[in-house]
Ligand binder design. Structure first.
Ligand code: HEM
Length: 387
């Protein structure tokens, strides 16, 4: 890739530290001058212009997820996240169906709102909480556990499996072993999935009509994988954006319907999953870059969402932005997030519950801005309110 280094000097200068801490400046420079750039620290092409990002995500024939390097599939088996074409649709359809807007409102909306109010009420008398660990994280686990409708499993158990699987995916992605902890987590999940299917319950039983049991298990794992860390980040980040924009917070307190816009603006500025990865199936060209078959092509959702061609004054948190919903935080194309309705419902529930239950909520010492190379969120967001 020596020639790439000469041709893509801006990409060569990008460091993991800046991608983690504050990537927006370097991403803006790339978008303007090298919108498809070879970035050595990522060992792949980084796509930063919104139209090109959408082009890659919509063209699964040229840019696929189906590659042996994809670490999630190594741990949980093939699933909708790691397949393309007809097989992908077969894996995805039953789960996507269960998470459509109307199905969700009937089945889950009330439970999600109650769950958020319960978490907020538990802290109300103390006058202090940490948004990520005390509200956003536990709510995300409860919601995914509810959405899967697993037989007799406490959210804490689901979280335990999730932690083991995530740790194994991290290990495998740097050449390590899956390990016994993750294997037994997948086995435990598999046995609960089988019992739930036997009882003919919910989305898993529905999925078992068109998928083999191991396929239902891997997709159930991917639902956890897709829904826990991302939703935690999405919820925590909207609190960050409102708590650091007093005018925005005042506007939302005065008119709660603005909460939905605040959520979209927050997703735009800090998408909880900052990037999605694809692999080129053929030699191809994208905005002048000569991509070779097998190359990793990284779509920066973080960069796409601040493209000034679509979002004027892109770094500003603006509750009056008419097209805030045109962000690509939930991706596009065949792998577009199937949990987006549920995630919005969940974040809205958390925001409403906290605004009602924690009067005068404000930031406390120790709050940190969103960080992370892939999953971005404030790692700590302590708040206080009037008791
Ligand atoms: C309850 C919450 C959620 C659930 C159950 C969920 C589930 C999923 C699943 C199963 C997929 C794979 C779809 C496929 O490959 O066909 C997916 C994709 C995706 N989700 Fe979600 N998700 C949730 C929340 C979120 C949130 C909060 C975000 C970010 C703000 C997010 C961002 C994405 C993105 C970017 C993809 C595309 C991945 C790719 O193209 O490689 N999701 N989600």
């Amino acid at each position: 890739m020596t020639s790439n280094l000469a041709r893509y000097p801006l990409g060569a200068a990008v460091t993991l530290e800046e991608l983690d801490a504050d990537p927006h400046g370097p991403l803006a420079a790339l978008r303007e001058r090298e919108p498809v750039s070879w970035v050595p620290v990522l060992d792949g092409w980084l796509v930063t212009r919104r139209d090109l990002c959408i082009q890659v995500m919509r063209d699964a024939g040229t840019f696929t997820v189906d590659d042996p390097r994809f670490s999630t599939a190594q741990v949980v088996g093939p699933s909708m996240l790691s397949l393309d074409g007809e097989t992908h649709r077969r894996h995805r359809d039953p789960f996507a169906e269960a998470l459509r807007g109307t199905e969700l409102r009937d089945r889950l909306a009330q439970r999600v709102a109650q769950g958020a109010r319960r978490l907020v009420a538990a802290f109300a008398p103390s006058g202090a909480a940490e948004i990520r660990r005390d509200l956003a994280g536990p709510l995300a686990v409860n919601v995914v556990a509810d959405a899967l409708d697993l037989l007799d499993v406490a959210p804490g158990t689901v979280l335990g499996w999730y932690d083991e699987i995530v740790a194994a995916v991290d290990r495998v992605s740097v050449g390590g072993e899956i390990g016994p902890g993750a294997r037994s987590a997948v086995d435990a999940l598999a046995s609960h999935v089988s019992e739930t299917i036997l009882q003919d319950r919910g989305v898993l039983a529905e999925a078992a009509q068109t998928l083999a049991d191991p396929e239902v298990v891997s997709n159930a794992a991917v639902m956890m994988f897709g829904g826990i860390e991302t939703s935690e980040g999405m919820t925590t980040s909207v609190f960050w954006h409102l708590l650091t924009n007093p005018d925005g917070m005042a506007a939302v307190r005065a008119d709660r319907s603005l909460g939905a816009t605040a959520i979209e603006e927050s997703l735009r500025l800090e998408p909880a999953a900052g990037r999605v990865d694809r692999y080129a199936t053929v030699d191809t060209e994208l905005a002048g870059a000569a991509i070779r078959k097998g190359d990793l092509v990284i779509v920066s959702l973080t960069a796409a969402n601040r493209d000034p061609a679509t979002f004027p004054d892109p770094d500003r948190f603006d509750l009056a932005r008419p097209n805030a919903r045109s962000h690509v935080a939930f991706a596009q194309g065949p792998h577009a997030c199937i949990g987006s309705h549920l995630a919005r419902l969940e974040t809205q529930a958390a925001l409403d519950a906290a605004l009602d239950g924690w009067p005068g909520m404000h930031l406390a010492d120790g709050a940190t801005p969103p960080t992370g190379v892939v999953f971005r969120k404030p790692k700590s967001l302590p708040v206080r309110w009037d008791v």
